[in-house]
Design a protein around this ligand. Sequence first.
Ligand SMILES: [Zn+2]
Length: 102
Amino acid sequence: MRIKKNDNVLIIKGKDKGRQGEVQSVLVSKNKVVIEGINLVKQHRKAQGMSGAEIVEKELPIPVANVMLICSACQKPTRVSSDKIGDGSRVRICKNCQEVIE
Ligand SMILES: [Zn+2]
């Protein structure tokens, strides 16, 4: 998966197209991501005890194909390539500015 938790991403498809948000969680097996404030749905929560019913908003996962990573160095939406560094671990490289994306 090229997207990680806490990445900033741009939405490129769907009703939230053009918006940006921070990745809250990644559902690797489903190829989906949950992004703060994106794809909100209203959920009615039943009254509990003394408190009345309330409506809460919740983010639903969206396909990872609908988002584009925003580079932490150049702040632009970009495609990434991966590269191995000295200790053998993989890093993501911005194809725009060639910087390593944290
Ligand atoms: Zn960049």
